[in-house]
Design a protein around this ligand. Structure first.
Ligand SMILES: Nc1ncnc2c1ncn2[C@@H]1O[C@H](COP(=O)(O)OP(=O)(O)OP(=O)(O)O)[C@@H](O)[C@H]1O
Length: 244
């Protein structure tokens, strides 16, 4: 999409995610200092940056769980908050699944608590991600837990998918399986996905857009296609911006 088309879509309220001048403080510490970004339907955006940059905080605000101190967020034209909770599926940076349930029990529970749960999609994902249904969640390995969290996000019909470090501690084959699921899920072009990750090199093929965040500020927001046209990889750009 050209920049002019993007501006038009944004003005018409059609962008999947529009975040403008978002600020957030915890006590006296400013964690986000005027963050702006736009993600279109069908796009996968990589939100990249060093430890403590503010990625998880930004995701909590985009998901509508936490309101910003200043600025605003719109998801498909609606202000983020209680009214958009069913539009977003957040995979948090730390697993918060109930360890005392088996995977099968959790999936039964999820089907009842999420009004947008798609049981056929859940069954396909159990198969594709090879999630062990009879295991207790507390006994899952890190990679199995990550796959179950991914399943929980993607089995919902939420139009904005926010994945915070979905690949931490996940082996290569599982990463590829998870990444394929994300791409397949977004193939319809109606959903948008933001992925916060440190796995820049491994995941750069997934991204349509990157947002580089440092100390609560957006250092740059760019189309990956435009970068590639200049012969620059996401990893190279990351190193340029962060001097890594
Ligand atoms: N509730 C809080 N109170 C005080 N400081 C906080 C709070 N939540 C986050 N922070 C601080 O805000 C900064 C950003 O944290 P955040 O978890 O959003 O960063 P991140 O980019 O996701 O980091 P990482 O890549 O390490 O996961 C950090 O310095 C963190 O210590």
């Amino acid at each position: 999409m050209t920049r002019v088309a993007e501006r038009y879509a944004e003005a018409a309220g059609e962008a999947a995610v529009v975040c403008r001048d978002v600020r957030f403080r915890a006590g006296t510490k400013e964690i986000l200092s005027g963050v702006s970004l736009t993600v279109q339907p069908g796009e996968i955006a990589g939100v990249l940056g060093p430890n403590g940059a503010g990625k998880s905080t930004l995701f909590r605000i985009l998901s509508g769980i936490v309101p910003p101190d200043a600025g605003w967020v719109r998801l498909f034209g609606r202000p983020a908050g209680v009214g958009t909770l069913s539009d977003t599926a957040l995979l948090p940076d730390r697993s918060r699944l109930p360890g005392w349930l088996t995977v099968r029990e959790w999936l039964g529970f999820a089907a009842r608590i999420y009004p947008d749960w798609d049981p056929d999609r859940a069954a396909e994902l159990v198969d594709h991600l090879q999630v062990p249904l009879e295991s207790r969640i507390s006994t899952l390995s890190r990679g199995q837990d990550a796959r179950l969290q991914m399943l929980t996000c993607l089995a919902r019909r939420a139009r904005v998918v926010l994945l915070d470090e979905p690949f931490a501690g996940v082996d290569l084959v599982s990463r590829e399986r998870i990444a394929t699921s994300v791409v397949r899920e977004l193939a319809s072009g109606e959903r948008a996905c933001l992925i916060a990750t440190h796995d820049v090199r491994e995941l750069e093929q997934l991204f349509d857009r990157i947002v580089l965040l440092d100390r609560g500020r957006v250092m740059t927001e760019e189309s990956v296609e435009a970068l590639r046209a200049r012969g620059i990889s996401v990893e190279q750009r990351y190193r340029e911006v962060f001097g890594a």
